[in-house]
Write a new protein. Structure first.
Length: 75
C-alpha cells in the first residue's frame, strides 16, 4: 500500500502530465486557426490549472522530498 506522500507524488505527476497535454492541445488548435486564418469552433478547453501559472524551481517530487527532510530535521 502506498503512503500518503507516495500517493501525492503520483497525483502531482499525473496532474503535470495532464497540464502538458492540455498545453499541447492548445498549441495545435492555434496552429489550425493560423492555417485557416480565422477562428474554428473548437469545444472550449477546461480552465487552466495553477500548475501553468508559474514555473516551479523544483519538480513536485523534489519539492515534497525537501519538505519531508525539513520536517524531519525539525523534530
Amino acid at each position: 500500500m502506498e503512503t500518503p506522500i507516495q500517493q501525492r507524488i503520483q497525483i502531482d505527476r499525473l496532474l503535470m502530465h495532464r497540464e502538458e497535454r492540455l498545453a499541447r492541445i492548445h498549441s495545435i488548435e492555434q496552429r489550425i486557426e493560423n492555417l485557416l486564418g480565422q477562428s474554428y469552433p473548437f469545444d472550449p478547453p477546461p480552465p487552466r490549472s495553477a500548475l501553468s501559472a508559474k514555473k516551479r524551481k523544483y519538480p513536485a517530487e523534489e519539492r515534497l522530498k525537501r519538505e519531508i527532510v525539513v520536517r524531519l530535521s525539525g523534530c
